[in-house]
Design a binder for this molecule. Structure first.
Ligand SMILES: [Zn+2]
Ligand SMILES: [Zn+2]
Length: 352
């Protein structure tokens, strides 16, 4: 017969006198000390994790097998139940299994508690009204952020970005240094993002504050008239994954260097499909392949401006120019003129 503690005897439904436990090492007696930890980061719900010594787990397996006991009432399960209950009392906060603000990991081998402060996610939509800032922070390609003569010792290629304008305000209120920006695709640096904006989620790692006044944050971000954010709301990791996978149609306004005559417009308005090889301008960072992309609608907004609705992943500037034969056919090849795109605006992301 094995020597077991009172908790293990009771849990496994065995009779006997409590002794120094060969199964758990009397872990339940050590828990109260561990529960004295402090955690001064704001949270409203939590979950618990338990890390056991592999040796303890082996022992438990052996004992359960040898005594032919039902295996479902494991030490780990019991510890989780006890710890959840005790922490609920300690902090007076709710347990959240799916999306907890924090997970308290009880390392029962090292006898310490490691709080895992989960990321905070805030979603919204952004507009970009200028043609000289990128969506995300763009580190200097020579020094990668350290600062060198190429980047004027700024460490980055552009003064700011949509990410940085939004991030600055959110970081101030969550009291952290860094964020991650997740956009539903991105527009070219020189393209504006108009209409009802582009969805994004900003992830704040290890936030010190989670309860935010999102209305106030939104209006503070919008003091910068280069961009606008709207519909700020709390989000989660699942929505980031969904956002990154999403392939949405887009509608653009494409400003050309020449007017489109009625005759030319008649030739391009029913044009529906292209073969597009990776454009020269992005070849250094994207795989070189040929994609078939659909065009859903071509309208004439005014004499030198086309409104084009097309498939996700279609390169619109090259749809106009043909990119030296890499996009076939193109608006230029159909009308047999060398057309240039002088400006581009995204006016709708068809995500809803
Ligand atoms: Zn025990
Ligand atoms: Zn540099």
């Amino acid at each position: 017969m094995y020597k077991l503690c009172g908790s293990c005897l009771k849990r496994l439904g065995l009779q006997g006198n409590p002794e120094e436990c060969e199964l758990c090492g009397n872990i339940f007696e050590k828990i109260d000390d561990l529960l004295n930890f402090t955690y001064d980061v704001e949270f409203s719900n939590f979950n618990v994790g338990v890390k056991l010594d592999p040796e303890t787990l082996e022992n438990e397996k052996k004992i359960i097998e040898e005594l032919n006991l039902p295996g479902e009432k494991t030490l780990k399960r019991e510890l989780l139940l006890v710890l959840r209950k005790k922490l609920k009392e300690k902090f007076n906060k709710e347990i959240e299994m799916e999306d907890p603000d924090v997970i308290f990991i009880f390392d029962l081998k090292k006898l310490k508690v490691i709080p895992e402060n989960n990321s905070l996610y805030i979603k919204g939509r952004y507009n970009k009204y200028v043609r000289d800032i990128p969506q995300t922070k763009w580190y200097c390609r020579k020094c990668r952020g350290k600062g060198c003569s190429y980047c004027n010792f700024k460490g980055k290629m552009y003064e700011t970005s949509v990410e940085e304008i939004i991030g600055e305000v959110i970081l101030k209120y969550t009291k952290v240094e860094e964020e991650k920006f997740h956009g539903a695709g991105r527009e070219d640096i020189d393209a504006r993002m108009l209409g009802d904006g582009r969805p994004f989620v900003i992830e704040i790692q290890k936030p010190k504050v989670r309860r935010l006044d999102l209305k106030k944050i939104q209006s503070e971000i919008n003091n910068d008239n280069r961009i606008k954010v709207s519909e700020l709301e709390y989000s989660n990791k699942r929505e980031v994954i969904k956002l990154k996978k999403g392939k949405f149609k887009k509608t653009y306004l494409v400003y050309l260097d020449q007017d489109i005559s009625d005759e030319d417009f008649a030739k391009i308005k029913d044009f529906r499909e292209i073969n597009q090889r990776t454009p020269k301008r992005v070849q250094h960072r994207r795989a070189d392949k040929i994609r078939i992309r659909k065009i859903y609608k071509v309208e004439r907004e005014n004499s030198n401006c086309l409104k084009i609705c097309c498939e996700s992943g279609l390169y619109v500037k090259e749809l106009i120019t043909g990119d030296d034969g890499r996009t076939v056919p193109s608006v230029s090849s159909i009308v047999q003129k060398d057309l240039e795109c002088i400006a581009l605006d995204v006016i709708k992301i068809h995500d809803r």
